[in-house]
Design a protein around this ligand. Structure first.
Ligand code: F6R
Length: 620
C-alpha cells in the first residue's frame, strides 16, 4: 500500500525513481507521481491517476524538464480523496518550493486544514497529506525555524497524529531529503555517493544491498554523502538497525514467468523447506528467534491467533495442530475484530500474530492491544524487521523471500509450516508429545516440500480443468476439518484474482443453508480428507458430494492418490500425494491457487495486481 522512494546522488534521479516505483507496484496503488529537483531552485512535479504507464507517458512528453539528481516518487492507494490526478502525490505548497509524498493517514488533518484555511492558504486537493507541505512551508518562511528546512520539517512532524511515512524536499535545498516514519515503513538504502529512502528494499536493491531500518517516530536526513537519523526533536541518540539485504534482484524479478504469482507458486517447495531449516537440532525443535523460554511456553493456558485474509486462513489451521498436539485451547480471530470485542487476555495468554508483510494495520493494532493486556505476542512474519515483529515479544520468520504478487501463495504455505513449528515447540516444552514423536512430526514436515513439487508437476491437469470453468458466475468450495480453511482460501483466491463470486463452506454446514444455492451445473470444488487418516470424515464428505450431485452440481474433487471411492463422484479429479492429515493443506491449497490464477488469466486479468487490492494494508 503506497510505495515511496527518495533519491539523492549522481544518477538521473527520474530514472532511479521510476524504476523504483515499478518495483513497488506490487504494493498496490491507484495513482503515481514524481518530483525532481533541478538544483537551480525549482521542483518539477508530474502525477497521474491510474497505472504507472500513464505517468510515464506524461513524462516522455515533458522531455528534459525532469533532469536532476535529487528526486522522489510515490504510488498512492487512495484513503482520503478519490484516486484522481489532483489527489495524486507529490503535493506542493503554494510557492511550489516544497513537495511531499506520504503513506498512511494524518488523523488530525481536519483541525490542521482549518488552521491553514483560516490563515488564507488555499488547498488544492482532498487529501489529508497536503496539510503537511503547507505547514512545512509556513514554518520555513517565518518563526523559530525560518530558513531551516530540516528544523521546519521536524516542527511539523511533532504536530502530526496518526500513522505516516513522509518525505519532504525543498527546491532551495537540492541534495537534501527529509523523511520520517510513525507506524508505516521506511528504510534507508546506503550507496556509494548516493542514498535512498523507500517503503521497502525492492525499490533500491538494484543499487545497494546495505540498508538501515528506522524505528518508530524517527526522522532521517539523506544527502549524497550519508544519512542522519534523529527523533522528531532532533535528538540523535536513537536506535537504528543496519542490515545487509540477503536476497538479490533476481529474487524480486519474475524469473521467466509471466507473473510474479506464478513464480511464487513454483517457489513453494523451497519456501517450506527454508522455513524449516535449522529448526530441529539435538533432537529438539529449536526456535532461536522465538525468544520465549520453555518455562513461559509451559505456563500459557490459552492461545489466540490473530491475522487477516489468507494469513487468517493459515491461522485457522494452527488451531487444529496446536490443540491436537498440546491440548491448549486456541481461538483464531480476524485481527480487525479482535480488539473491539474485549477478548480475555492476561500474562498467561500467548497471542500468535501472523502477517506476511508485518505491516498490516489491523494485525499491528491487535498486537498492541494484546500487549496492553499483558499477553505475550509471537509474530510469524515474512518480512525481516517489519513493524509487527518489532513490536512483538518474539518472532518466527517464514523464509520464503519477497512475495510480490498481491495474492498470497508461497507465504501462505510458509505460514502453515511456521504454525506447525510453534505447535511442536509448545508440545515439546509442555511434554504433551514425547521427543521421538516431535522428531517424527518434524521428519514428516521435512518430506512435504517434495510432495508439493509433485503437486506442481501435475499443474497442467488443474489448468485444463480451470479453463472449462473460466466463465462461470459462481463457484462453491467445500471442505471438512483441515480441508475447511483450505476451502476458504481457495474461494478467496478465486474472488480476488478472477473477480468471481466464490464461497467456502464447512461441508457439514451445507444442509443448514448453503445447499439452497446448489442448482443445475453449479461448479463445486471439494477438498477430500484422507480415506485412511480420517475415514469417518471421508465417508461423510462422500455423502455431501452425493447430495450436491443429486441437485445438479458439477464436482471438481481434490483427493488423495489411490482414493478410488471418490472417483464415481468426481466430474473432475485432481489428485494429490498421500500425506499426514494435518499437513494435507500444504498440498491441497496448491491446485486451488493454480485454478484461480488460470481462471483469472483466461478472463484477461492481471493476476499480480488484482483490482482494488494492496499488498500491504497499512490502514485499518
Ligand atoms: C490474500 C492476501 C491477503 C493477505 C492479508 C494479510 O491473497 O494476500 O488476504 O493475506 O491482507 O496480509 P499480511 O499477511 O501481510 O498481514
Amino acid at each position: 500500500m503506497c510505495g515511496i522512494v527518495g533519491y539523492v546522488g549522481y544518477r538521473d534521479a527520474l530514472g532511479v525513481v521510476v524504476d523504483a516505483l515499478r518495483r513497488m507496484e506490487y504494493r498496490g496503488y491507484d495513482s503515481a507521481g514524481v518530483a525532481i529537483l533541478d538544483g537551480a531552485g525549482s521542483i518539477s512535479v508530474e502525477r497521474r491517476a491510474g497505472r504507472l504507464a500513464n505517468l510515464e507517458a506524461e513524462l516522455a512528453e515533458a522531455g528534459t524538464a525532469f533532469a536532476g539528481t535529487t528526486g522522489m516518487g510515490h504510488t498512492r492507494w487512495a484513503t482520503h480523496g478519490a484516486p484522481t490526478d489532483r489527489n495524486a502525490h507529490p503535493h506542493r505548497d503554494t510557492t511550489g518550493k516544497v513537495a511531499v509524498v506520504h503513506n498512511g493517514i494524518i488523523e488530525n488533518f481536519v483541525p490542521l486544514r482549518r488552521e491553514l484555511e483560516d490563515a488564507g492558504v488555499e488547498l488544492s486537493s482532498d487529501t489529508d497529506t497536503e496539510v503537511t507541505v503547507h505547514l512545512v512551508s509556513r514554518a520555513y518562511e517565518s518563526g523559530p525555524t525560518a530558513g531551516d528546512f530540516v528544523g521546519s520539517a521536524l516542527t511539523v512532524l511533532r504536530r502530526l497524529e496518526g500513522a505516516f511515512t513522509l518525505v519532504f524536499t525543498h527546491a532551495d535545498h537540492p541534495g537534501t531529503i527529509v523523511a520520517a516514519r510513525r507506524s508505516t515503513p521506511l528504510v534507508v538504502g546506503v550507496g556509494k555517493n548516493e542514498m535512498f529512502i523507500a517503503s521497502d528494499v525492492t525499490a533500491f536493491i538494484e543499487h545497494t544491498r546495505e540498508a538501515v531500518e528506522l524505528g518508530q517516530d524517527q526522522a532521517v536526513v539523506i544527502t549524497a554523502d550519508g544519512y542522519t537519523v534523529t527523533d522528531f526533536h532532533g535528538g540523535a541518540d536513537v536506535p537504528t538497525r543496519p542490515f545487509t539485504i540477503d536476497w538479490d534482484l533476481a529474487a524480486a524479478e519474475k524469473g521467466g514467468h509471466d507473473y510474479f504469482m506464478l513464480k511464487e507458486i513454483e517457489e513453494q517447495p523451497v519456501g517450506v523447506a527454508d522455513t524449516l531449516i535449522g529448526h530441529f537440532a539435538g533432537g529438539r525443535i529449536v526456535l532461536d528467534e522465538q525468544r520465549l523460554a520453555d518455562q513461559e511456553l509451559r505456563e500459557f493456558d490459552k492461545v489466540f491467533v490473530v491475522a487477516c485474509g489468507s494469513s487468517y486462513h493459515a491461522g485457522l489451521l494452527a488451531k487444529y495442530a496446536i490443540e491436537h498436539w498440546t491440548r491448549l485451547p486456541v481461538e483464531v480471530e480476524l485481527a480487525s475484530e479482535f480488539r473491539y470485542r474485549d477478548p480475555v487476555l492476561d500474562r498467561s495468554t500467548l497471542v500468535v500474530a501472523i502477517s506476511q508483510s508485518g505491516e498490516t494495520a489491523d494485525t499491528l493494532e491487535a498486537v498492541r492491544h494484546a500487549k496492553e493486556q499483558k499477553a505475550r505476542v509471537l509474530a510469524i512474519c515474512n518480512t525481516n524487521g517489519a513493524q509487527i515483529p518489532r513490536e512483538s515479544d518474539a518472532v518466527l520468520y517464514t523464509r520464503t523471500g519477497p512475495e510480490i504478487g498481491v495474492a498470497s501463495t508461497k507465504a501462505f504455505l510458509a505460514q502453515i509450516t511456521a504454525n506447525y513449528l510453534v505447535g511442536l515447540a509448545l508440545a515439546q516444552a509442555r511434554g504433551t508429545k514425547y521427543p521421538d514423536e516431535v522428531a517424527r512430526e518434524f521428519g514428516e514436515l521435512e518430506a512435504m516440500p517434495r510432495l508439493v513439487e509433485r503437486v506442481l508437476a501435475s499443474a497442467e491437469n488443474v489448468r485444463a480443468i480451470a479453463r472449462q470453468f473460466a466463465h462461470e458466475r459462481t463457484v462453491l468450495f467445500l471442505g471438512r476439518h483441515v480441508g475447511y480453511p483450505v476451502a476458504l482460501e481457495g474461494a478467496l483466491k478465486l474472488k480476488e484474482l478472477a473477480y468471481m463470486h466464490a464461497e467456502g463452506f464447512a461441508a457439514g454446514e451445507l444442509k443448514h443453508g448453503p445447499i439452497a444455492l446448489i442448482e443445475d451445473g453449479l461448479p463445486v470444488i471439494v477438498v477430500m480428507p484422507s480415506p485412511k487418516g480420517r475415514a469417518v470424515l471421508h465417508s461423510k464428505l462422500l455423502s455431501n458430494i452425493r447430495e450436491i450431485q443429486a441437485r445438479g452440481a458439477r464436482t471438481i474433487v481434490i483427493a488423495e492418490e489411490g482414493d478410488d471411492t471418490v472417483r464415481p463422484f468426481a466430474d473432475h479429479l485432481i489428485e494429490i500425494p498421500v500425506a499426514p492429515t494435518l499437513y494435507q493443506p500444504l498440498l491441497s491449497t496448491v491446485p486451488l491457487q493454480i485454478f484461480a490464477a488460470e481462471v483469472a488469466q483466461a478472463r484477461g486479468y492481471d493476476i499480480d495486481k488484482p483490482r482494488n487490492l494492496a499488498k500491504s494494508v497499512t490502514v485499518e
